[in-house]
Ligand binder design. Structure first.
Ligand code: WQD
Length: 326
């Protein structure tokens, strides 16, 4: 098969491309390079620069490269920005997907993997979130991901295309320093930034109903996440008519305080955090049940939080050499 990876020059996309290549799968990247970086891609992987909102450009790429499966990661992904710019997010994430699906179904591509998010669950009031936990997204970002899942599933049912929606939990880490996330939008890089500035890391609220009062999340190494894509892509490729919705997490809750302790240990900084008020919209606890993908496809995560932090730190120091400690 040949897989078109939309958003393949992004942080997660480039890891998917790498994992696919290591597994011997052919890939072509389709990316508008708005946030993606061409240098993240191996030389031998073709890059088509284009937007998923441009159906003709997608159709051309599908035909020219004889694409037989799509992994769709191209999207806007900042929760806060989505609150300020909902129409932009609906256009990029929902209209972009609709246009892409039009081209994909016209070309009769048999398999489609969609990058979704734990943001579809909103504030789940359960210990472990299963794929059956009700979806009540709290942000336009989460809404666009849930709407995307509906679009993908409905299209699969109407056309026979095999589909999967992967709900990523909190992604961190890097396969190599050059592939590390360059954004500073999540806990791990935000703590790195504060430490580098000589400032204390911030805990957004310590009065949540959790064991240490700080929010609990399910962190997943981007290398594990990328390998989950390979597993799912292969399952779809060999079983037409599949319709999968899968959590991609580790099933282990880690609190903000525990993360900051581990970051201090890995980086050699020993900086006590300061507690600031809660960030609006943060759920107390979001931890996956990772049982379905383990049972149905035999995939489980291999890496732990320390691996994530250590690899992310190498990438951070590459971009911020002043952060290194002897
Ligand atoms: C984690 C925890 C913060 C920074 C978001 C999206 C989710 C997914 C991943 C895309 C929270 C706390 C953070 C800091 C802190 N994205 N925090 N101090 O909000 O769980 O998930 O990113 O699909 O959909 O919602 O991730 O990394 O922003 O925060 O205390 O300096 O760390 O309050 O509890 P979040 P995050």
């Amino acid at each position: 098969m040949t897989w078109l990876i939309t958003g393949g020059a992004g942080y997660i996309g480039a890891h998917v491309v790498r994992a696919m290549a290591e597994a011997g799968e052919r890939t072509v990247v389709f990316d508008d390079l708005s946030t993606g970086v061409a240098e993240r891609l191996p030389q031998e992987v073709p890059l088509v620069v284009g937007s998923v909102l441009d159906g003709e450009s997608v159709a051309r790429a599908l035909a020219e490269h004889e694409i037989t499966g799509v992994v769709h990661l191209a999207a806007k992904k900042q929760v806060g920005e989505s609150v300020d710019r909902p129409l932009h997010y609906y256009r990029e994430n929902v209209e972009g997907l609709r246009v892409l699906l039009e081209a994909v179904t016209a070309a009769r591509v048999p398999s489609f993997v969609f990058s979704s998010s734990a943001a579809v669950y909103g504030m789940p009031d359960v210990d472990l979130v299963t794929e059956e936990t009700p979806c009540l997204p709290l942000s336009p970002y989460g809404e666009t991901k849930l709407t995307g899942e509906w679009l993908v599933r409905a299209t699969g049912r109407a056309t026979g295309m095999a589909t999967a929606s992967l709900r990523y939990f909190n992604v961190a880490g890097a396969a190599t320093p050059a592939l590390a996330d360059t954004g500073v939008f999540n806990l791990v890089p935000m703590v790195f930034e504060k430490l580098t500035e000589g400032a204390p890391p911030r805990v957004f609220g310590d009065d949540y109903p959790t064991p240490d009062g700080t929010c609990v999340r399910d962190y997943i190494h981007v290398v594990d996440l990328a390998e989950a894509h390979v597993t799912v892509a292969r399952a779809l490729g060999s079983t037409p008519g599949h319709d999968l919705t899968l959590n991609i997490g580790r099933g282990e809750g880690v609190s903000v305080r525990e993360m900051i302790d581990q970051i201090n240990a890995v980086t050699g900084y020993d900086r006590a955090p300061t507690v600031t008020p809660r960030r609006p919209g943060d759920p107390a606890r979001v931890v996956a049940s990772a049982d379905r993908i383990a049972t149905e496809l035999g995939w489980t995560a291999k890496y732990d939080v320390q691996d994530m932090i250590a690899s992310a730190w190498e990438g951070w120091v590459r971009l911020h050499p002043e952060a290194a400690r002897s």
